[in-house]
Design a protein around this ligand. Structure first.
Ligand SMILES: [Zn+2]
Length: 152
C-alpha cells in the first residue's frame, strides 16, 4: 500500500521519461515527428511509462487514424462506461512486420471482437498503445499520441 501511495505522490513515471517528449509536447513545439520525404518516424519511439524502446527511428510509417477504431484507455484510468475513445486527431505508426518492434506485447483477442489484438509495452504492460487488426494480418499500428519520442 505504501508503495502505491509513493508512486502517486512522487510520480516516478514522469521522472523516468525525462528526455523523452510526448506527442502533445512535440506537436506544440512544432517538432517534426514525421520525416517529410519518407513519412517515417524521425525519432526512436518509447513506452511512455517505463521508457522502454518500442520502435527505432525510420522503421514505421505514418498512417491516418481510422476513426472507426477505438482503443481503451490504459487500464489504470479505465472506466467501463468511457473506456474507449476515437484515435483522433492523432495518427498511427504502422509497421508490416512484428519483428520491426524492439519491444511489444499482445493482448488476447478482444472479447466479442473480430480477433483484433491490442498492443502494449512488453516490459511494463501499459496499454493499449496500439492494435493489430485481424483483417490486416501484416499491419501493426501504434497510436502516435500514446508513446514518447527521443527527440535529439
Ligand atoms: Zn513500458
Amino acid at each position: 500500500m505504501d508503495m502505491i501511495t509513493d508512486i502517486s505522490t512522487a510520480n516516478p513515471a514522469a521522472a523516468a521519461v525525462g528526455g523523452l517528449t510526448s506527442y502533445a509536447k512535440a506537436t506544440k513545439a512544432a517538432v517534426q515527428l514525421v520525416q517529410p520525404q519518407t513519412l517515417t518516424n524521425s525519432y526512436d519511439i518509447h513506452c511512455s511509462m517505463c521508457r522502454s524502446l518500442v520502435l527505432k527511428r525510420g522503421v514505421a510509417k505514418k498512417q491516418p487514424s481510422d476513426s472507426a477504431v477505438q482503443l481503451p484507455l490504459p487500464a489504470a484510468t479505465q472506466d467501463p462506461s468511457t473506456s474507449t475513445y476515437p484515435l483522433v486527431p492523432g495518427y498511427l505508426w504502422v509497421v508490416n512486420d512484428m519483428m520491426a518492434f524492439e519491444n511489444v506485447g499482445f493482448t488476447k483477442a478482444v472479447p466479442g471482437g473480430d480477433d483484433t489484438r491490442y498492443l502494449s509495452c512488453a516490459d511494463c504492460d501499459i496499454g493499449p498503445i496500439g492494435y493489430h487488426p485481424a483483417r490486416v494480418p501484416k499491419a501493426f499500428l501504434i497510436a502516435a499520441d500514446r508513446v514518447r519520442y527521443n527527440v535529439v
